[in-house]
Design a protein around this ligand. Structure first.
Ligand code: NCD
Length: 331
């Protein structure tokens, strides 16, 4: 048996938690992705062949914001690796009695849980939890800040979708020469803040379109502003629509009639998809506002890799659970 090498910060300090992809040196990002890719290959061919590396461990899933994909794919990932999980949401917890997040986290740690997976409404809540406990904390979406595992799964999905029969891009984790356009409510998107930089780290050119896009905002998601969404569509290899985040406060996107106006300018419709290059793909992290960011028929079309993104969530989260924590694996 060997110990998986610990993930380190750029300053070579071991990194206890997975909080932001921006904290990870490029080689650690690649290592996580290649571990995820290996799990994806095993799951595709022979799911029973997955190593039971979390046997005997209990993982805490703490979701203080709603979630379907992230929450259940972490749960599936734990179970694929032979572990078990317990869950806590705000509703029904002692947070309603005024217990702090730090105390809540320490309480769960005291029960012998070996990692915490946390979704929080604000990034500072996640940081508070991470500094309160000794066990690894994995970010499952923090306010409008980052969503690291989504970034990893989006990049990996694109490596898969852009691979030809020889599977070179998949094996090499290489997005070099590809152009991805992220479109939507970028300012409020934690997905874009993880996915854009992760795709750029693998060599993709990232363009950023949508309401209010400027140089500064595009840079926060690792890309360059694209002011002509309509024209550019026919030249990109992938377009990733984002959900309009109505729950994160008011902007012009939340005003009456804004959905219709948005769909007219930026919605992914079948006629728009028809103008894309052969082989170009459409992505969305889900949940989608169907008929606004993307039409249902477009989301279900041949170009869509949305369900592949969902599937990729499992191997990515398996890799993250293993690498953040002292998991032993057979050599
Ligand atoms: C995203 C999230 O919750 O951050 N979805 C996801 O994790 N698959 C995106 C969103 O809510 O728009």
């Amino acid at each position: 048996m060997t110990h998986a090498s610990p993930i380190t910060h750029a300053n070579a300090q071991p990194c206890k938690d997975l909080l932001r992809l921006a904290d990870l040196p490029a080689e650690d990002l690649r290592e996580l992705l290649s571990a995820a890719r290996d799990h994806a290959d095993v799951l595709a061919g022979h799911p029973a062949g997955v190593p039971a590396s979390l046997t005997g461990q209990i993982i805490g899933l703490l979701f203080f914001e709603d979630s379907t994909r992230t929450r259940l794919s972490f749960a599936v990932a734990v179970q694929r690796l032979g572990g078990r999980f317990v869950e806590l949401t705000e509703l029904g917890s002692s947070l309603s009695k005024g217990e702090t997040l730090a105390d809540t986290a320490r309480t769960i740690e005291a029960m012998g849980v070996s990692r915490l997976v946390v979704r929080s409404r604000r990034e500072c809540d996640l940081l508070e939890i991470a500094s309160a406990v000794r066990i690894p904390v994995l970010n499952a979406g923090a306010g409008d800040a980052e969503h690291p595992t989504q970034g990893l799964l989006d990049a990996l999905t694109l490596c898969d979708a852009a691979s030809d029969a020889r599977r070179d891009r998949w094996r090499a984790l290489d997005l070099g020469g590809l152009t991805v356009m992220i479109v939507g409510d970028v300012a409020r998107s934690r997905v874009a803040r993880s996915s854009g930089p992760c795709m750029a780290a693998l060599g993709a050119r990232v363009l950023v379109a949508g309401p209010g896009i400027d140089e500064r905002l595009a840079r926060t998601v690792g890309g360059e502003p694209e002011h002509d969404f309509e024209q550019r569509l026919s030249g990109v290899d992938a377009v990733m629509a984002l959900r309009i985040q109505h729950e994160r406060g008011r902007t012009e996107l939340d005003e009456e009639g804004a959905d219709e106006a948005y769909r007219l300018r930026f919605g992914l419709t079948l006629p728009r998809l028809a103008r894309m290059k052969p082989g170009a793909v459409v992505m969305h992290p889900g949940p989608a506002n169907l008929g606004v960011e993307i039409d249902e028929d477009a989301a279900l079309s041949q170009r869509s890799v949305i369900s592949r993104q969902v599937a990729m969530g499992v191997p990515v989260r398996m890799a993250c659970l293993e690498r953040f924590g002292s998991v032993t694996r057979s050599a």
